[in-house]
Design a protein around this ligand. Structure first.
Ligand code: MLT
Length: 206
């Protein structure tokens, strides 16, 4: 374990004001940064601590959490390595900021690394909301996700994530014991008010 892991990622941290709320780990999409999802976090989980790292891969000027070979085709070795680095950062941040295990709220590229973390380092997360996620691995590893709550929100007209791919991810997670709430909203890859309402309701039950 790297003792300096909290400084290993540029990140934003907002302390919580409501100790009953589970902290959120906010993971932005391609081209976003650590500030992107803070307003969403404040809206869907008022009073929760917010931990929001910036992805360390640059695709041109755009930060991401791992490399891809083309849209929807991932460099799986890089994904594995970066998932462990991010998991180490979260463990260090939990110690430094005195946080309970967070629920990840990831969008697009951030949702995909959150799905990877569920499969590779499940103990790091209390659960995950995966907004527009796809299957991160061609052959997913086995993981013990018994009792982990996962919300998967897909877009009916998403040009990036095929419906069968999101369904495969839901089946993989459920097959490993996760309690998966998979919904499809009538929109594309971007988030809509429907997503925010479903996410808030799901988080309120955490
Ligand atoms: C990814 O690369 O993670 C997915 O294609 C989603 C995206 O970031 O566009």
């Amino acid at each position: 374990m790297d003792a300096d892991a909290t400084t290993s990622f540029i990140h934003a941290f907002e302390p919580g004001s409501d100790p009953t709320r589970t902290p959120l780990l906010l993971l932005h999409g391609t081209g976003g940064d650590e500030r992107d999802l803070l307003p969403l976090g404040r809206t869907v989980a008022p009073g929760a601590a917010l931990l929001s790292p910036r992805g360390q891969v640059l695709e041109g000027p755009m930060p991401r959490f791992f490399r891809r070979l083309s849209e929807g085709v991932f460099d799986e070795d890089d994904l594995r390595r970066r998932t462990h680095e991010l998991a180490d950062f979260i463990e260090a941040a939990r110690r430094d900021y005195d946080l309970a295990a967070p629920v990840a709220v990831g969008f697009s590229n951030g949702a995909n690394i959150a799905a990877s973390m569920l499969l590779l380092r499940p103990q790091v997360l209390a659960g995950a909301a995966l907004l527009r996620a796809m299957s991160p691995f061609a052959t997913p590893p086995k993981a013990d996700l018994a009792g982990r709550r996962v919300q998967l929100l897909s877009g009916a007209f998403d040009p990036i994530v095929p419906a069968q791919d999101a369904a495969r991810l839901a089946a993989t997670l459920a097959g490993n014991g996760a309690l998966v709430d998979h919904r499809t909203v009538p929109t594309g890859h971007g988030l809509s008010q429907a997503d925010i309402g479903l996410l808030k309701t799901w988080l309120d039950k955490a």
